[in-house]
Design a protein around this ligand. Sequence first.
Ligand code: PEP
Ligand code: MN
Length: 287
Amino acid sequence: MEIITSYHLAKKTIEKPATLINVNGNIIGGDELTLIAGPCALESEEQVFTIADFLSKKGVTIMRGGAYKPRTSPYSFQGMKKEGLKLLKKVSEKYGMQVITEVLDLSLLDTVYPYADILQIGARNMKNYHFLKELGKTDKPILLKRGMDATLEEWLLAAEYILLGGNEQVILCERGIRSFDNSTRNIMDIAAIPLVKQLSHLPVMADPSQATGKRDLVIPLSLAAVAAGCDGIMVEVHNNPEKALSDGPQSLNFEQFSELVEKLKVQSEVSNKKFLSKKIVSELIQQ
Ligand code: PEP
Ligand code: MN
């Protein structure tokens, strides 16, 4: 009997070259470049709606926002919790946007599930195998961050846990790994993007905000990730980054976000990806 020692469900094969994940009309993993944007943490109704209004005018169709935050210090802002989830719901109803938010642990799965179109699993949870197994039983797309100390094989095996449970909608997200050099928050592993695309049929996104920790590096690293072949970018954006309650230094301000969108339009063409397709933008204008 053959012993399966590695990821065989996540593996790319001739029969299964690419998984496309449909998030209410946003197809992740195909020929479109996905852009997810929003604050690190949901902070107040005013903050959430100011950012959502801006992003929807820019054509963003999937908004991020943490309601339960995994903070390094227990004294840091831990998130708005259920109140944050309710705000996300209001935003998605008002602007027709899909929303992604983190599920911190298994005890919060039932709470977060009804509010999220994509469940975000953080880097710190990538090796929480019992949790991953339970996520395999859900029917919503899962964005699985790479653990900060995870090899590519460990990351793909983490995805395998979810796939094995029956949930085939896994999106991988490179968010930087730890190194000896603290000039950036993490090291964005650009090579991992084309390599994982070679090894696996799963969509691969990149999060240059957590990867660099510095807002001035988010545009160049986003472009690099798209050039390397990623299926989408997730970035943190804030209306007032200096006052942000979480990850302000790495959050783009509105001007920088506008610049990112313009540059992604050019880069996506070079990388053969459709970006903010006319259909999506015209639908938005009609609203
Ligand atoms: C985040 O996206 O805000 C976050 C906490 O990400 P990570 O799990 O990659 O650190
Ligand atoms: Mn963050």
